[in-house]
Design a protein around this ligand. Structure first.
Ligand SMILES: Cc1cc2nc3c(=O)[nH]c(=O)nc-3n(C[C@H](O)[C@H](O)[C@H](O)COP(=O)(O)OP(=O)(O)OC[C@H]3O[C@@H](n4cnc5c(N)ncnc54)[C@H](O)[C@@H]3O)c2cc1C
Length: 364
């Protein structure tokens, strides 16, 4: 089949590669001039274990399965990564109950090697840490996400696929037996495809509304939750990822490390109405307060605004977190069309598993 994938973020690239490996003739249309210019370049680059997500959810299934596939992919394709492990820390007895709950959920989700340790054992691992107990997740890690996406792109091209940059998809119409697709950009025009995957990230809902005959009630709302990061201006003190207990909308202001060993903190949760990437430096106050609950040694004036990303959420503050939404023909009634909505964290980790699922839909 001639398959069009819309969006060259980590999800579109993984789907395009999976479809190309299955023998389809794949084109990726990307609005911007390069790969990974959207949500995929503005995250923590953490390979998540799969601890938090509700039993039976797509996030639980694809995070755990995707993580296993991702480590294998990194090993076989020379993508830099480190299985550094993670601690989810409890700073008082109330949090201890929450962390134990995360352990139970992780075990149900099939996450390997989880164990609870006491405060002293946690300090033996990370001497700067202050906590009454911690959950150890040895399978969590970090990845060079750009190296990963370049590897996906390379494999797509090796299997005959291509990416058309500066090529926004403007609208689509099913005209049996094809999808008739209108492109804008440098070289506007129309082309027919057999199948279409909408992996447009923050643009997925807007695009779905421009698919003729797509039921409006099947386009979920888009809620933007910005996550701000602050870099640490000093020598890193942790060698593992350190997470507090989750908050509404996010996993809590945690310690993330990159492969160069730099340490930063974030992301927090800032509900916003419009896409904006400026960082309010005064948010650092809340960072100092939260981080010092588990790292009292955080020096004054050591946090500097770094970058931010926007989570494409389907639910707002105070509402239960929504699952990933993979809307295929059985959901919306149009043939050979898959829309991906709400692919926030752990989308990077889940990407290879999600891609398998989406490529499976195309065969229907
Ligand atoms: C703050 C933050 C931290 C995160 N941390 C992690 C983490 O540590 N680990 C993890 O597993 N996940 C994490 N995630 C989640 C992960 O980053 C996302 O799930 C993933 O990057 C989503 O990728 P995507 O391809 O769906 O979207 P994107 O990367 O945004 O790609 C969509 C692409 O579609 C293009 N596009 C839009 N409209 C059109 C159109 N009409 N025509 C053509 N192209 C179009 C855009 O230009 C864009 O390039 C985090 C997310 C955030 C926001």
């Amino acid at each position: 089949m001639q398959v069009l994938v819309i969006g060259a973020g980590v999800i579109g690239l993984a789907v395009a590669r999976a479809a190309a490996l299955r023998g389809h003739d794949v084109t990726v249309a990307e609005l911007t001039g390069g790969i990974a210019n959207g949500v995929s370049s503005r995250n923590s680059e953490v390979i998540h274990g799969g601890l938090y997500y509700p039993t039976g959810s797509l996030r639980a299934r694809h995070c755990v399965q995707g993580r296993r596939l991702l480590y294998d992919f990194c090993a076989s394709h020379g993508v830099a990564h480190r299985r550094c492990g993670k601690l989810v820390v409890a700073t008082d007895d109330a949090e201890l109950g929450k962390v134990e709950g995360i352990l139970r959920q992780g075990a149900i989700n099939g996450v390997e090697g989880l164990e609870m340790i006491g405060g002293n054992a946690a300090r033996a691992l990370e001497p700067e840490l202050c906590c009454v107990g911690a959950l150890v997740s040895p399978e969590s890690g970090i990845i060079d996400s750009h190296g990963y996406m370049r590897a996906l792109w390379g494999e797509l091209e090796d299997h005959g696929g291509m990416i058309a940059f500066e090529t926004p998809v403007e609208r689509l119409r099913w005209q049996a037996p094809h999808w008739h697709v209108w492109f804008g950009g440098r070289d506007p025009g129309t082309i027919d495809f057999d199948a279409v995957v909408n992996a447009a990230g923050l643009g997925a809902q807007a695009l779905a509304r421009r698919i003729e005959g797509y039921p409006a009630e099947h386009v979920p709302r888009l809620v933007l939750a910005k996550g701000n990061y602050f870099g640490f201006a000093g020598r890193p003190v942790f060698s593992r990822l350190v997470y507090p207990t989750p908050v509404d909308g996010g996993l809590g202001v945690h310690v993330t490390l990159d492969l160069a060993g730099r340490m930063r903190f974030g992301p927090d949760v800032e509900w916003i109405a419009e896409e904006t990437y400026s960082i309010d430096a005064s948010r650092a106050d809340a960072f100092y307060a939260r981080i010092r609950t588990y790292w009292p040694g955080l020096p004054d004036d050591s946090l500097v605004p770094d970058y931010c990303g926007i989570r494409p959420k389907l639910t707002g503050p105070g509402e239960p977190a929504a699952d990933f939404m993979i809307a295929g023909p059985a959901d919306h009634g149009l043939p050979r069309l898959v829309n991906l909505f709400g692919i926030e964290s752990p989308g990077l980790t889940a990407s290879l598993s999600l891609a398998e699922a989406v490529a499976g839909y195309l065969a229907d």
